[in-house]
Design a protein around this ligand. Structure first.
Ligand code: SIN
Ligand code: CO
Length: 392
C-alpha cells in the first residue's frame, strides 16, 4: 500500500528551538551534534523527576519478560548478575556501589512511550529502547563506550558523568562487562534532575551516582555492517529461489580427485552472480528486520471482542500501538512487528499517523470518510493479536 508525498513530514517543524535540546532546533542538533559530538543540556526537561520509583524499577526487574542487570563492584572487581530477580535479592544489597539497569521500559509503560515521543525528530527506525537505572551512592557501570547514540536524562538525584573522546578503546580482559582499561576523563559534569547529556557512539563515559540516583537512557542503536549483512543474507535465503542446478556434462578427468576443480569454482561463481537485489528489496528487508519483535517479547492478548463491537469502541475511544509494537514505513509500504501490512490505499493516511504518533485519536478516526471495512477488519485482527490496544 502507498502513501502520498504530501503526507511526509513538514521540515519547517524541525527549525524551532527546543528546550529539550538546550534552545537549539532539531535541525541544528542533527547537523552539528548527532552522531558527531557530545552535548550537555541543562534543564532539558525542567520538571522531570522520572516516573518510576526505585521499588517500581526493582518490581519490573523481577518480571519474566523484562531484561535487567545488577552490576556491582566487590573489592574493585566488577560483578554482573542477569535478571529476572527474586524479590529477596534486593533485600541483600549493600549500601552503595551497585546499580540496577532495566532495559526496554517503553515496552511496559505509557509514560515511557510519552517520553520517547519527545525524540520524534530522530526516525523511529533508529530507536532501540528506554533503559532506566537506579544506583545508590557510588553506583555505576564503570568506564565504557557504547555503539549507541544515547540521551542520558537524569531522573531523581544526581550523577557525575566523566566523558572522553579518547582513541584507546581497549577493554579489560576477562571482566564480565565491557570496562575500558585506560579511561582518561576529559570532561566532567554533574547532572541533576531534568539535565541531559547526549553522547554519540564510541565516546567513552562513566557515570557515578551521587547519593540515590536514577538515569533514563534513550538509546539509538547503530547496528554493525556485519550484523546488517548477516541479517540481509538470512532475508535473501527466505526470499529467493534460484533456478537450475549444478551440472557437469563436460566433466574432465582430474589429476587429483580430491581437488575442487576450477570448472566447479567458476560454475558456482556464476550461479551466485545470479543472486541480485534492488533497493526495493533492501527497503522490504529493513521494514521487516527493524520491526521484528525481540525474541523474548510476549504480546498480551485481550479478551475476544466481535468486529462490530471493536469498530464501535475504536471510533469512540481511539486506538494506539501496544507498547511492544513497532510500525514503520519503507518505500511506501508499511511493516508491523516484522510483517508487511497489506491494506487498501485509502487507509494509508490513517496508518501513517498511527506509525508516526503511535495513536489514532477518536476524532481523527471519525473525521475519516474512508474508514474501510478492510481497515477495520485488519485493525481488529491486530487488536486480537495484542499489536494494538484501545487508547488509554
Ligand atoms: C547508567 O544508567 O548507569 C548507565 C548508562 C550508560 O552508561 O550507558
Ligand atoms: Co553507556
Amino acid at each position: 500500500m502507498r502513501y502520498h508525498t504530501s503526507m511526509k513530514k513538514n521540515p519547517n517543524l524541525h527549525s524551532e528551538p527546543l528546550t529539550l535540546l538546550g534552545g537549539i532546533s532539531a535541525e541544528t542538533f542533527l547537523k552539528d551534534y548527532w552522531h558527531k559530538k557530545p552535548l550537555l543540556i541543562r534543564g532539558a526537561m525542567p520538571s522531570f523527576e522520572g516516573f518510576l520509583t526505585p521499588n517500581e524499577l526493582a518490581g519490573l526487574a523481577c518480571e519474566e519478560d523484562v531484561q535487567s542487570r545488577l552490576i556491582s563492584t566487590v573489592k574493585k572487581e566488577w560483578k554482573l548478575e542477569q535478571g529476572p530477580f527474586a524479590e529477596k535479592r534486593f533485600a541483600k544489597l549493600p549500601e552503595r556501589d551497585w546499580t540496577l539497569l532495566v532495559q526496554s521500559v517503553n515496552h511496559h509503560m505509557q509514560e515511557a512511550n510519552d517520553l520517547l515521543q519527545q525524540f520524534h525528530f530522530i526516525p523511529h527506525a533508529r530507536l532501540d529502547d528506554l533503559m532506566v537505572s537506579y544506583a545508590p551512592d557510588g553506583g555505576g557501570v564503570g568506564p565504557h563506550f557504547d555503539s549507541y547514540d544515547v540521551f542520558l536524562l537524569q531522573g531523581c538525584g544526581q550523577r557525575i558523568w566523566h566523558i572522553s573522546e579518547q582513541e584507546d578503546l581497549t577493554l579489560v580482559s576477562g571482566a564480565p562487562l565491557r570496562i575500558l582499561k585506560h579511561f582518561r576523563a576529559e570532561q566532567t559534569f554533574t547532572l541533576s534532575a531534568g539535565d541531559m547529556l547526549y553522547l554519540p557512539p564510541q565516546v567513552a563515559h562513566w557515570g557515578i551516582a551521587v547519593g540515590d540516583c536514577m538515569t533514563y537512557s534513550i538509546g539509538f542503536r547503530a547496528p554493525s555492517a556485519q550484523e546488517i549483512a548477516g541479517e540481509f543474507l538470512n532475508y535473501l535465503q527466505e526470499h529467493r529461489t534460484l533456478p537450475g542446478m549444478y551440472a557437469d556434462p563436460d566433466l574432465a578427468l582430474q589429476l587429483h580427485p580430491a581437488e575442487i576443480g576450477d570448472g566447479m569454482v567458476k560454475q558456482v561463481s556464476s550461479i551466485l552472480n545470479g543472486l541480485k537485489w534492488s533497493e526495493e528489496d533492501v527497503a522490504d528487508f529493513l521494514g521487516q528486520y527493524l520491526t521484528e519483535p525481540k525474541s523474548h517479547l510476549v504480546f498480551d492478548t485481550p479478551k475476544n471482542i466481535s468486529l462490530p463491537a471493536f469498530e464501535k469502541r475504536m471510533k469512540s475511544q481511539g486506538i494506539q500501538l501496544s507498547f511492544k509494537s513497532q510500525l514503520l514505513s519503507a518505500a511506501n509500504c508499511f511493516y508491523l512487528n516484522g510483517e508487511k501490512v497489506v491494506v487498501d490505499d485509502s487507509s494509508a493516511s490513517l496508518l501513517m499517523t498511527l506509525a508516526n504518533t503511535r495513536v489514532l485519536l477518536p476524532e481523527y478516526i471519525s473525521a475519516q470518510q474512508a474508514l474501510t471495512e478492510a481497515f477495520v477488519a485488519e485493525t481488529h485482527a491486530w487488536y486480537l493479536a495484542g499489536c494494538i490496544m484501545f487508547l488509554q
